[in-house]
Write a protein that binds this ligand. Structure first.
Ligand SMILES: CC(C)(COP(=O)(O)OP(=O)(O)OC[C@H]1O[C@@H](n2cnc3c(N)ncnc32)[C@H](O)[C@@H]1OP(=O)(O)O)[C@@H](O)C(=O)NCCC(=O)NCCS
Length: 256
């Protein structure tokens, strides 16, 4: 984990952005405004973008080309700019294996308390507010103007959409999505890979992999698959041995 100030060490290093869609443009804007790295280009899985310029920055190639790009252009830092939580996380893992240092894009207008802790590969967009003692995991998006209040825990590869407001001591487990303008009251837990709809007011815990909408938020969709299918084999065995329901196994309370 790093503090916001430790981003200074990345000054003038060469950076590549993975993903040249709308989210890629936002990440580019944050990095340029922050002025701590030099963005040398994008890479994108869609080869039709190769050679094009996105807001003046060239699309250098496909993610498969990253080892060459790294060697030839001396690029050593990168960030994944893909909206889908799972895909963003998977690409972050690949970049890590390829030896890139994953950096954070923090817009200068975002306001972070001094004691916030940050993982890597995070976007904190313009106007976002992060209050005291929050912990923000790897590959998180804190989108434009969202508010994350004190002592909240924001898990790996989550997306807090524009204008969402999280009160104090909220936990958002890994892979969850909090839609635009949603409000979550204090001490609520949003389960892993859950979806909170746009404008919802969440007053109670949200089960993992469910979808909730409305005011107050109500569950409209339950997980498509049995939660057993999501357990690693060894955990399934452990659950059987311990004669626990999946809800009582460790994965039901996934670490953030
Ligand atoms: C919650 C959400 C993911 C549901 O999408 P979906 O699974 O495709 O669901 P559907 O569109 O089939 O809607 C199912 C029902 O929920 C209702 N519903 C959907 N989203 C709703 C919302 N945000 N608030 C209230 N009701 C909603 C629909 O009207 C529908 O009701 P009905 O069954 O009575 O007709 C989506 O509507 C949403 O809010 N996405 C967030 C978008 C966002 O924040 N984008 C920002 C990106 S940066």
């Amino acid at each position: 984990m790093q503090t916001p100030q430790s981003d200074v060490k990345t000054r003038e290093r060469k950076c590549v952005i993975l993903g040249c869609g709308g989210h890629g443009r936002v990440v580019l804007d944050c990095l340029v405004n922050a002025g701590k790295v030099s963005v040398v280009g994008f890479v994108d899985s869609n080869r039709k973008f190769t050679g094009r310029r996105i807001d003046g920055v060239e699309v250098l190639g496909h993610p498969e080309d990253l080892p060459d790009i790294k060697r030839k252009l001396g690029v050593d830092v990168a960030i994944v700019a893909i909206g889908d939580n799972g895909v963003r996380r998977a690409f972050a893992d690949r970049l890590d294996v390829l030896g890139f240092e994953l950096i954070n894009a923090i817009h200068p207008s975002a306001n972070l308390a001094r004691n916030v802790t940050l993982g890597a590969n995070i976007l904190i967009a313009a106007g976002a507010l992060v209050s005291a003692h929050c912990q923000i995991g790897d590959s998180v998006i804190l989108n434009t103007g969202c508010i994350v209040d004190h002592e909240s825990l924001i898990g790996t590869a989550t997306h807090i959409c524009p204008g969402a407001r999280l009160a104090g001591r909220v936990t958002v487990e890994s892979g969850a999505f909090v839609g635009i303008g949603a409000t979550i009251i204090q001490s609520v837990r949003v389960g892993y890979e859950a979806i909170v709809g746009a404008g919802a007011v969440v007053t109670d815990d949200v089960p993992p992999m469910s979808t909730v909408v409305g005011v107050p938020a109500r569950e409209i969709k339950q997980p498509q698959t049995s939660r057993d299918a999501w357990l690693l084999p060894e955990l399934t065995r452990a659950a059987q041995i311990a004669n626990l329901t999946p809800e009582k196994t460790p994965t039901a309370k996934m670490p953030v």
